[in-house]
Design a binder for this molecule. Structure first.
Ligand SMILES: Cc1ncc(COP(=O)(O)O)c(C=O)c1O
Length: 509
């Protein structure tokens, strides 16, 4: 690619003769750099026109990608500027409810980048991948121990993927129980559920039946009992639920589900709140997924990276997706094994190894007591904030919460015409990433706050002070909120258009 526009900086950055990538590859091919010794005649010629997309560009010079011609300095400054406009956990509080955006220790990153993990080849012989298999084997056992189950599969790549895999394992187990046929077609889900739950149910070929919550935001056990019958394959429950409430009747709920021969599934995305304090397996669940990227600390967002291991009871262990990491005492080798009645693979190769390595490191670094402290601190932080805010904002469900709580903006909408979206936008001017808004769906004008255990006290105080100040602004000048934000690189976007038609491409003027 010829560089047509050369700046002074350009010349300084590149003192030697200018070469394009194609010149360089020709050099390599000719062996002149001593890096690649194969004679050029043995290499296939580089036929640019044969490369799909590029070929059509070459054929039509007018539509060729007219990339901006800039120096390395320019490009570095461009990206550094974009990075400085970005907001992340490293820049400030990111209290997105249901997302557990906590600080992720850099130690985990070092572990994930160890060459043995990062450069593992998927087809490498198992004997030469002992380190990664040992890490996976230990992580499987750690997660089973932490959540109170018999076995773990690390393969799924997200919480939703774990839900789906567990539902397939439920079907396989039902078929095995009843000798090859099953009339169980329904999965019951509370109305507080995360959207991935009904989506996974549909993907797995089941029909969703919704059980309403009671006035306290908890599962209505009587209504659940009415819905439970022999057509129900499973009940899926997030505990603590998406309102930040722990189900006090969890034992009775799981007993009622088991009584009709259905499986009880725990959406363990909120495991952060109960780490080292309560184990879902001990309260009668048959399976759960864990969002490793949330509870066990991988920087995530915008679709990944993640891992959603599933932990299951002894009865379901044989149906897990595979392969699983195993240890063979006789040969003293770690291996990969397929569970005897496995539903098969749900992911290529080993799964998302770097996320596993981070989780393994996080668990080892904190230890049992440290994990328990993390969970308790997450709950303490949320309750601290709740108390600071409850005289200024209406709680959707009053009382002690777990690791997150939900406010409702209904009174503000009615009195001042200010919506939760406006409060969220105004928070940007105060330098905070807004909490989750408009979820869970059963709360009108919801604002869901999850501070996590890693927020310092001064930041919790500053965040609460900002929200209190915004509540006061609303009473004197509501337009200040409805026109916000004022200090961000872009003001109000057309949110729907931004999502549906993102304009992210550089275009020729
Ligand atoms: C309660 C709950 N369930 C399921 C999920 C889905 O997890 P993932 O985004 O990893 O698919 C989430 C995600 O945040 C969640 O909060």
């Amino acid at each position: 690619m010829a560089n047509t526009k050369k700046t002074a900086a350009d010349q300084m950055n590149y003192a030697g003769p200018r070469q394009t990538i194609y010149d360089l590859s020709a050099d390599f091919a000719a062996g002149s750099r001593g890096c690649l010794q194969a004679p050029a005649s043995e290499l296939p010629p580089l036929d640019l026109a044969a490369i799909p997309v590029l070929g059509s560009y070459l054929a039509d010079a007018d539509s060729a990608p007219c990339l901006p011609q800039v120096s390395e300095t320019d490009i570095m400054r461009h990206y550094a500027h974009l990075a400085s406009m970005n907001f992340g956990v490293d820049s400030g509080m990111y209290p997105l409810g249901s997302c557990t955006m906590k600080y992720n220790p850099r130690l985990n990153e070092d572990a994930a980048r160890l060459p043995g993990f990062a450069n593992l080849h998927p087809y490498q012989p198992v004997a030469s991948a002992q380190g990664v298999l040992q890490m996976m084997y230990e992580l499987q056992n750690d997660l089973a121990e932490i959540a109170g189950f018999a076995a773990t599969c690390l393969q799924p790549s997200a919480g939703a993927h774990g839900e789906y895999a567990a539902l397939l394992a439920f079907r396989a187990a039902h078929l095995a129980r009843s000798g090859g046929t099953t009339a169980r077609t329904k999965v019951i889900i509370p109305d507080t559920a995360h959207g991935t739950n009904p989506a996974s149910v549909a993907m797995a070929g089941y029909q969703t039946v919704t059980v309403p919550s009671n006035a306290d935001g908890l599962v209505d056990l009587d209504k659940l009992r009415e819905l439970l019958d022999t057509e129900v394959a499973a009940f899926m429950l997030t505990n603590p639920n998406t309102l930040g409430l722990f189900e006090p009747q969890i034992i009775e709920i799981n007993q009622a589900v088991a009584a009709v021969g259905a499986f009880s599934y725990c959406d363990g995305a909120n495991l952060n709140a109960i780490l080292g304090v309560s184990r879902p397996g001990d309260s009668g669940f048959d399976a759960l997924h864990i969002n490793l990227h949330k509870t066990f600390s991988t920087p995530h967002g915008g679709g990944g990276p993640g891992a959603g291991p599933i932990c299951v009871s002894a009865e379901l262990a044989d149906f897990l997706p595979g392969p699983l990491a195993a240890y063979d005492e006789e040969s003293d080798l770690y291996t990969l094994v397929m569970p005897p009645q496995s539903i098969g693979r749900v992911r290529s190769f080993y799964g998302n190894v770097s996320v596993m390595a981070r989780a393994w490191t996080y668990i080892r670094a904190l230890g049992g007591q440290g994990l328990r402290d993390a969970g308790r601190q997450a709950v303490l932080s949320a309750n601290y904030l709740r108390v600071l805010l409850q005289d200024h904002y209406q709680l959707a469900f009053p009382g002690t919460c777990m690791h997150e709580f939900v406010l409702t903006g209904t009174p503000f909408k009615q009195q001042y015409g200010v919506r939760t979206l406006d409060v969220a936008k105004r928070l940007l001017d105060y330098g905070f990433h807004p909490p989750t808004i408009y979820f869970p769906l059963l709360v009108d004008e919801a604002m869901m706050i999850e501070p996590t255990e890693t927020e310092p006290l001064k930041d919790l105080d500053a965040f609460a002070a900002a929200l209190v100040a915004i509540a006061a602004e609303m009473k004197t000048d509501s337009a200040l909120l409805t026109d916000a934000p004022y200090t961000t690189p872009v003001r109000r976007l057309d949110e729907e258009a931004a999502v549906r038609n993102p304009d992210l491409r550089w275009r020729r003027e």
